[in-house]
Design a protein around this ligand. Structure first.
Ligand code: GDP
Length: 480
């Protein structure tokens, strides 16, 4: 994408497919000429005009609402025209092409993904964290994630980042002033309580990082693979975990048609579950492609649930499955169908892989597991049928995700933001180290403060490379 292009752009802004209405959106510095060609009379900004949308021969392609936003008071900060017609793909495509036809000599072209929002960013309508929140709000799969994305979009996250940045700038100004007037450079750190201020900033930065980490979990969720032999209850477990939650299937590039990924939510945290029902040797070409994709998903998993029948765990097939799982990924051994056991499994029964059949001495209940077991990989006893043990499993998944319901997650965050916060933390630590040398290295202290500020500014996009902008906006949908 040409990052700073100012050509007028057009796109169908509503989702592909059929809907009650559909919107074609145009943005450009001055859309007056184009509007004059589209309609016989001028449009009053921010007024709904019901008008025919005609083709070159003067026949109506559709009739609908034209809405004009005069820049800079628009989404992009430029002139924006929205044509709301009937939401059919053919109608909208014809409408879009008619606009291109009429605006061709004005430079009107199809918008790149995210180009409207990118312009909003470049024209200071949104900062970068807010612009990212636009995409996150659209992608949000749970109410909790949508709420947090909206908070980010309205600037809550940016406000905290900026407030921290202001405090750093203030401290830095004091140091720089001291450096400029060396005769006053007497006990600067003491005089301005610089160390205490720095510690306060460090504490607040860490609190912000904790919240951002929670926000990232809410955005990214956890990728879980459900591995196990046929009939151990994988589908039943998926349904039981989903409960009333309507599973929204998130299409992941390349797997859209396989639908191997289901999404459920636990406390609003998206859990993407890959069901590996197809994992077996096969001569069938089509099936083997599907299986290869399942294994590819397994490679990307954050955690693997190895589901087994509690009555026959760790048989040869389970051992074979275990041996193929990537060693670096945590595996949760889960024993299902405990309702069919004569007695509930005890601690020894639940110890890690390969401990064989159920049926030894003690009388721990499934709910007790994990609290007093020596094994590093204690199994979790459940019944997908009765729901026993599912809360423990859910909690375990949230633990692995790092989810802490006690910590508020007021906004969504991305890995990029976390890295920036970590960088800021490292520079603050370096500044603190210099501060421990009293006033001897104030220039280095000031430099670390500057670098901390730069790291924070990269979140809101004050200093951001074109490459990064391209990367961020190209992952948006067209028309946004
Ligand atoms: P999958 O092939 O691994 O997906 O297994 P399914 O979920 O299709 O389950 C296989 C069979 O086991 C079905 O008849 C289920 O009703 C049954 N089943 C699954 N979980 C349980 C359980 O916890 N208890 C009992 N009694 N039956 C279960």
């Amino acid at each position: 994408m040409t990052t700073h292009s100012t050509d007028p752009i057009v796109a169908i802004a509503t989702a592909p497919g059929r809907g009650g209405i559909g919107v074609v959106r145009i943005s450009g510095r001055d859309l007056g000429a184009l509007i004059g060609r589209l309609f016989s009379s001028p449009l009053t900004p921010r007024h709904a005009h019901y008008l025919p949308f005609n083709d070159a021969a003067g026949n109506a392609i559709d009739a609908g609402i034209a809405l004009f936003f005069k820049g800079p008071n628009s989404y992009t900060g430029e002139d924006v025209l929205e044509l709301q017609g009937h939401g059919g793909p053919a109608v909208l495509r014809r409408l879009q092409e008619r606009c291109i036809e009429l605006g061709h000599d004005l430079g009107l072209r199809h918008a790149e993904p995210g180009e409207f929002t990118q312009r909003a960013f470049l024209n200071d309508r949104l900062d970068l964290a807010q612009a990212e929140a636009v995409a996150d709000l659209i992608d949000a799969s749970s109410e909790a994630a949508a709420r947090s994305a909206m908070a980010s979009l309205s600037g809550a996250f940016s406000a905290h980042v900026n407030a921290l940045g202001d405090r750093i700038v203030h401290l830095r100004m004091l140091v720089e002033a001291t450096l400029d007037f060396p005769e006053e450079e007497i006990d600067f750190l003491e005089k301005y309580q610089a160390r205490e201020t720095l510690t306060g900033i460090q504490d607040d930065l860490r609190a912000l990082t904790r919240q951002a980490r929670q926000g990232m979990i809410l955005r990214e969720g956890l990728h879980v693979v459900l591995a196990g032999q046929p009939n151990v209850g994988k589908s039943s477990l998926l349904n039981a975990l989903a409960g009333d939650d309507i599973a929204i299937v998130t299409p992941i590039a390349g797997t859209t048609r396989d639908k191997v990924i289901q999404q459920i939510h636990i406390q609003g945290v998206p859990i993407h579950i890959v069901d590996t029902a197809g994992l077996r040797d096969t001569d069938d070409t089509v099936e083997s492609i599907g299986i290869a994709r399942s294994w590819a998903e397994i490679e990307k998993a954050d955690v693997i649930i190895h589901l087994q029948d509690a009555r026959s765990r760790s048989d040869a097939l389970d051992v074979a499955i275990t041996s193929r799982l990537p060693a670096r990924t945590p595996v949760l051994e889960v024993l299902n169908k405990t309702d069919l056991l004569d007695r509930l499994p005890g601690a020894n029964d639940l110890s890690s892989v390969g401990s064989g059949q159920v049926g030894s001495q003690d009388s721990d209940t499934p709910g007790d597991h994990g609290t007093h077991r020596a094994s590093s990989q204690p199994a979790i006893a459940i019944s997908a049928k009765t729901g026993a043990g599912l809360d423990v499993l859910r909690q375990k998944l949230l633990d692995i995700a790092g989810w802490n319901p006690g910590t508020e997650s007021p906004w969504l965050a991305r890995e990029r933001h976390l890295h920036a916060l970590q960088r800021a933390d490292e520079h603050l630590a370096a500044a603190a180290e210099y501060a421990s040398h009293n006033d001897q290295v104030l220039d280095l202290f000031a430099e670390e403060l500057r670098l901390t500020h730069d790291a924070l500014c990269s979140i809101t996009g004050q200093f951001t490379s074109d490459d990064l902008l391209g990367e961020i906006f190209s992952s948006f949908c067209i028309g946004k």
